[in-house]
Ligand binder design. Structure first.
Ligand code: NAD
Length: 479
């Protein structure tokens, strides 16, 4: 299977997608090794995981190099690779206490002769399916806590961005105990389907369309499907906000990583009193933003990793213009050196019926709608199939929060935007079609991988069948 280079447009890499038989063989090996991994004291698993963090740092140069080619961006590749050892160390610091707290023992039951305790039993085999927008982060974000929990892990990154897998695997090979229970595989939809059919818990990050297929397959297999899907995040900017600062925040929250982030701000609702000043600043600041072309080490915006995304947004912009929207800056998809680029695109006079307001864009577009009443802004923000996250900017925290709690989304940035990209300790659920299942953030990121097993200890005489004889209940039966 040929893989395209997002900067040159050339297919300069290839993968051999793992077929059903190979996936099944991998899962068999992981299942064989998992019980010993789960039986280790958590402190021992922490030590092994910390050795992986060190090994990853040793291999960071090679991973960054390949991830840079995969994604066409250098700085974010370095941030992604640099962040994962930190994630491992954070979980190593947290996991022992969380596991201890969740494993109560010797609890007196309501029944006086019974004492209970609860054991955490990890799902044996965890599977992750990841998208192309943050390949390293999203391939490891769920697998790391699953491994701390004692699961074995099978991970399938996107076939659009597979180059970083080889050097990442080299870091795993340095920790033989971990290599027994963690496998990263390359492949496409078919490989993903085989993964879902073979694991005990699946975390899927990707589009709503594929997420639905994964949910159906998981339901057939009776396994939990934890889905992290798309979004169309709104930002509401109230009249009390500083329009200049709000515009700068909105720009960053919308176009970082070329807008290829699930939590990117993709719709802006601005109080009419500050609409003109907000737009003026937004355009001025947007025009300062540079492409990272031709020099990958300069600028803020990279190429689309997946070129068809650029064409999809092009269609959204064309439709918006036809329906009366005004493109104040940007708006033209450019092919430069074989890569597909779009400069930050500010769209005024957008209306709720436009695809650019309704459908996920996944690019650096900022459609802006003016509002006269806050209730109307809230209603428009909530008028979406998505409910991933949202943002409110106001003059005070209280004012922003009063609006934020009325938004139907799982994470609300108050006086900032897209904060879930940077804040990982706040538990949040994906509302509506943006996902399903427990939060990957906060403690639940770890505890979701355990089933609870109660040990119910009888210290007295067990009940006998005669205790349940019909005649014993004559009074209860009204006789
Ligand atoms: P996608 O749904 O096309 O693919 C995601 C993964 O699913 C890939 O690894 C792919 O090979 C695999 N796959 C495809 N068909 C499959 C099937 N039938 N069974 C199992 N696996 C299958 O998504 P994408 O285009 O790679 O990523 C972009 C999408 O991801 C956007 O919608 C974005 O919003 C979303 N996303 C969500 C989050 C989040 O945390 N909520 C984070 C990042 C991206």
């Amino acid at each position: 299977m040929k893989v395209r280079n997002p900067r040159t447009g050339e297919t300069d890499y290839a993968i051999e997608p793992l077929g059903v038989a190979a996936v099944t063989a991998a899962t068999k090996r992981l299942r064989t090794n998992q019980p010993a991994w789960a039986a280790m004291p958590i402190a021992e698993r922490c030590t092994i995981m910390l050795r992986w963090a060190d090994a990853m740092e040793k291999h960071a140069g090679a991973i960054i190099e390949q991830l840079t080619i995969d994604t066409g961006r250098a700085g974010i590749a370095a941030i992604e690779v640099g962040g994962v050892p930190g994630t491992i160390r954070r979980w190593a610091a947290l996991a022992p206490d969380i596991i201890a707290q969740q494993s109560p023992c010797e609890i007196q039951s309501a029944n006086p002769t019974v004492v209970n305790s609860t054991r955490l039993v990890p799902f044996p085999l965890f599977g992750a399916i990841a998208p192309w927008n943050f390949p390293m982060t999203l391939s490891t974000i769920d697998a790391i806590p699953a491994l701390f929990a004692g699961c074995a892990a099978l991970v399938k990154p996107s076939e659009i961005t597979p180059r970083f897998v080889e050097p990442l695997k080299a870091s795993i090979a340095e920790v033989p105990e971990l290599a027994k229970v963690l496998e990263i595989i390359v492949g496409d939809a078919e490989t993903g389907q085989a993964l879902v059919a073979n694991v005990d818990y699946v975390c899927f990050t990707g589009s709503v369309a594929t997420g639905r297929k994964v949910a159906v397959a998981a339901a057939e297999a009776f396994i939990p499907a934890n889905l992290e899907l798309g979004g169309k995040d709104p930002m509401i900017i109230l009249a009390s906000a500083d329009p200049v600062e709000a515009a700068k925040t909105a720009l960053r929250a919308s176009i970082l990583a070329t807008g290829q982030a699930c939590q990117s701000i993709e719709r802006l609702y601005v109080a009419r009193a500050i609409y003109d000043q907000f737009l003026e600043t937004l355009v001025t600041e947007a025009e300062k933003v540079r492409l990272n072309y031709p020099d990958i080490n300069e600028g803020e915006i990279g190429p689309f990793i997946f070129a068809p995304q650029g064409h999809k947004i092009d269609e959204q912009i064309t439709e918006a213009k036809a329906k009366g929207a005004r493109i104040l800056t940007g708006g033209t998809v450019e092919i430069l050196g074989g890569g597909t680029y779009l400069r930050p695109t500010v769209i005024a006079d957008a209306t709720p019926d436009m695809a650019i307001i309704r459908d996920e864009s996944f690019g650096p577009v900022l459609p802006v709608i003016a509002f006269d009443s806050i209730d109307d802004a809230i209603a428009q923000a909530n008028d979406s199939i998505y409910g991933l996250s949202a943002a409110v900017i106001a003059g005070t925290t209280q004012e922003a929060e009063a609006v934020g709690v009325k938004l139907e989304a799982g994470a609300i940035s108050i006086n900032d935007g897209s904060m879930t990209a940077m804040v990982w300790d706040a538990e949040n659920s994906s509302f509506k079609m943006s996902g399903m299942g427990p939060s990957r953030m906060g403690e639940s990121g770890l505890t979701r991988f355990f089933r609870k097993q109660a040990l119910i200890r009888q210290t007295g005489t067990p009940a006998r069948i005669q205790d349940f004889a019909e005649e014993n209940f004559a009074g209860d039966k009204g006789q």
